[in-house]
Design a protein around this ligand. Sequence first.
Ligand code: FAD
Length: 455
Amino acid sequence: MARSRLMEISGWGNFPSQAAKVYRPEKMSEVRAVALDAPAGTLLARGLGRSYGDAALNEGGSVLLDTRLCRFLDFNPETGVLDCEAGATLEDILEAFLPRGFFPPVTPGTKYVTVGGAIAADVHGKNHHRDGSIAEFVESFDLMTASGETLRCSREENTDAFWATIGGMGLTGIILQARLRLTKVESAYIAVEYQRAANLDQALAAFAQGDEKFQYSVAWIDCLAAGPDLGRSVLIRGNHATAKDLPPALREKPLHLRAKRKKSVPINFPGFALSPFSVKLFNSYFYGKYEDGPHVVDYDAFFYPLDSVLHWNRIYGKRGFFQYQAVFAPGDGSRCLRELLEKLSASRRASFLAVLKTMGKGSGGLLSFPMPGQTLALDLPNTGPDTIAFLQDLDRVVLQHGGRVYLAKDACMTRESFHAMYPNLPQFNAVKAKLDPRNRFSSSQSRRLGIGGGV
Ligand SMILES: Cc1cc2nc3c(=O)[nH]c(=O)nc-3n(C[C@H](O)[C@H](O)[C@H](O)COP(=O)(O)OP(=O)(O)OC[C@H]3O[C@@H](n4cnc5c(N)ncnc54)[C@H](O)[C@@H]3O)c2cc1C
């Protein structure tokens, strides 16, 4: 019988925190034993717990951590196609394959995510407007279903299970291994252009004019700026640097970075540390520190600035925080964005710089988040039920503009909002009912939102 530990776990936002029986198998044969023999009740796969809310929680049930199932199985240096176990992380992939000239084709703002977690959330990166989400680069994966059977899923085989599992937040079964196409690069650096925008109109105009020149594009917005400064931001856009783009000192070893020392936040900060005043100071400093124009930066600084401080989520204190991310339809985007920023600024809630990106077309994942439009992500400290009420109010604005909220970030959407935002839910539920008729795979989030008949 597989061994488990009763543990209190949470997502990256440290809210909510819930107890579950946690299994950490080391071999594939043990995964099957957990899937079939773990005590009656529900089960959920979990990677590195970088989803923010309750997507990787299963209160009172079982959770299977796949982090020890992280081997590389095969790699084709001609095509960049990699086979790996689902617990392999983007950090593992970068360490092993960047020196050979390959980069993850899509990366979230942290490299501490597993391949299983990335597929289950159908993650997007700063290149969504050009390249789409991770789904575009997943050739196939193996899924263990509730019966213990393993299905090879791809665009040709078990297609229903493929599109329900991509973005399906672990509710169709356990992804065991995947085949991904990596991107060929010449260096570990990004040729970046910074452009400061004094307000929202300027930022949106700059996005509209220049984005097609850049594979990666993002803007950091100062959410405390109001009135004529509303939407004050810094656009940060770039392309993989070729060897020729690099200064001479870096050309000799273009695919290697010197190891950097990481800082760490040792304890939860007290609640008062993050006030609108301290956040305002930080945001003003951040806005000022970027020099407009071209620069060359290493991939770590460009993609993963937050990863340089380990446990940075502790600055929000014991009560944790919410990350809120919504996408809204094109055309209507700027009105929705303005309304969200106005509400945020008027609430005087302390949000660190928020992130704005443009999204291209969605992937076909039945519960995938991306859709064409603009996406805004922001962090808010948890100050209690008032924060939840505030976020649910933002949900209403997003819904009015035909948008949706990202499940990997959500901790407090209502069932009604979710059902209205995700019109493919009935199709998802139908596929889930076939794969998992007794609703064995379930999460705290799926029960809260009524996914898969969960109550
Ligand atoms: C700093 C930071 C920045 C981020 N930036 C972005 C971003 O830019 N874009 C973006 O899309 N996301 C972003 N995220 C969110 C993150 O990419 C996703 O939540 C991702 O799913 C986390 O991967 P994980 O391995 O930690 O999965 P977990 O958080 O452990 O799990 C997430 C979901 O995946 C399921 N799952 C995990 N492993 C498996 C498996 N083997 N089989 C089946 N289901 C599984 C879980 O059940 C759960 O529903 C960010 C998160 C952080 C902390």
